[in-house]
Write a protein that binds this ligand. Structure first.
Ligand code: DX5
Ligand code: ZN
Length: 218
């Protein structure tokens, strides 16, 4: 399914209201819900873990897309699967045994994603294609919402699309996605657009209409 899917990142939501925020963005027309897990080690910020994912799961009807910015990642895969993640994305840079990590994610029955930091070339993906359901191209350095889109990643998306061809592997873009940058990555072959600040700006659970307008503008 190569239709463009918008995946709001709840990193930009009200942390005291995750359940209501997830219901609001789905009611406003988003496709997936993107959940950013940070460990204060792999990235210089901390968010939450599998218990929070399990708590918000009943508030999401569609796909819960869990982006793990943690190292090590293998010890926690089972917990995020049990928390109800549909897609579990680990970072290529998180450890030396990424093939094993992807096997472990697939072993839980969940879809397996691999995220690449901006400085990481796509070559390392080539021998992992059989194990992948999604590749996430980071268009900011991971750790924080609201950063500026890194333009040099557009060529990387195009090269990745050429490598993937017609295999059923999503290309997800994460970081700095706005109505201005989204067309660049869609033209280059991306089909899942994560957006945090661009979706949540101007709205709230009490005034969710801006979420819908923001989603449609992307
Ligand atoms: C960054 C996270 C992103 C982030 C995107 O480390 O992985 O998902 O929340 O936020 P925006 O869309 O504001 O760049
Ligand atoms: Zn993310």
């Amino acid at each position: 399914d190569r239709r463009i899917k918008i995946a709001p990142s709840i990193l930009s939501a009200d942390f005291a209201n995750f359940g209501a925020e997830c219901r609001a963005i789905e009611a406003q027309g988003c496709d997936w819900v993107h959940v950013d897990v940070m460990d204060g080690h792999f990235v210089p910020n901390l968010t939450f873990g599998p218990a929070t994912c399990a708590a918000i799961r009943p508030h999401i009807k569609g796909v819960m897309d869990v982006h793990l910015m943690i190292a090590p990642v293998d010890p926690y895969i089972e917990a995020f699967a049990a928390a109800g993640a549909d897609v579990i994305t680990a970072h290529l840079e998180a450890g030396p045994h990424v093939h094993r990590t992807l096997q472990a994610i697939r072993g839980t029955g969940r879809k397996a994603g691999l995220a690449l930091n901006p400085g990481t070339p796509i070559g390392a993906v080539e021998h992992l294609l059989d194990l992948l359901d999604l590749v996430c191209v980071m268009t900011v350095n991971p750790g924080f919402g609201g950063q500026k889109f890194i333009e040099s990643q557009v060529d990387k998306v195009r090269a990745l699309r050429a490598m993937i061809g017609d295999r059923p592997i999503h290309i997800e873009i994460d970081g700095g996605v706005t109505p201005e940058t989204a067309p660049l990555v869609v033209a280059a072959g991306a089909d899942v657009l994560v957006a945090g600040s661009a979706v949540f700006k101007g709205g709230s659970v009490d005034n969710p209409a801006p979420y819908g307008a923001n989603i449609r503008a992307i």
